[in-house]
Design a protein. Sequence first.
Length: 181
Amino acid sequence: MTRVRGFLTPLLLAVLTGWGAAGCGLGSTGPVPAGVPASGFQGKRDGTSVRLYFVGREGVQAVSRPAATTPDPQAALDLLVRGPDEAERARGLTTEVTADEDRLAAKAAEGAVELRLAESVATMQGLGGLGLTQIICTVANADVPGGRRSTEVDVRVHEPGIDDPWIVRCDAAGSVVPRRS
C-alpha cells in the first residue's frame, strides 16, 4: 500500500499541475482584440485643431477638427453644441448635449475653465453622464492660459444654488475624474 501511495502522489501532482497549466488562460491563438484603445488628447494644444467629444459605440470619443487656432472654451463649447458634422455622424457619432447654448457658459482662467450651468445637473433635461463628460472634456481641451496639458486643466463647475464649484479634470482616456488635491 505504501508503494502505491508513493507512486500515486507524484502522478496525481503531475496531473493536477498539467491541468492547472492548461487552464491558466494562455492559449496558442495569440493576441485577441478586446475593443478600441482608449482615446483622448494627451499632448499640448498645437493651435491647428479643435478637440471635441462625442458619443460613439464605446462611449465618449474625441474627434479633431481643423482650425486656424485652438478656440477658447466657449467657442469649443459652441461647436460641441452644434453636434457632430456629417463625417462624424457617418462614423456613428452622436451627442447627448442639446442645442441650447444658453444653459452653458465657459470661460478660461489661468490653468482652469470656469463652467457655469444655468440650472443644476440634476434638473437639466436630456443631459446624462455622457453629455456632461462631452462638455467637460471639450472645454478642458480648449485654449486655456497657463500652458498646461489638457489632463491638468481644472474645470470648475458652477451650479445655481451651490456656493462652491466642484472641480474635475478630463483624463487621457476622455473620462471625467475628480481633481486630486
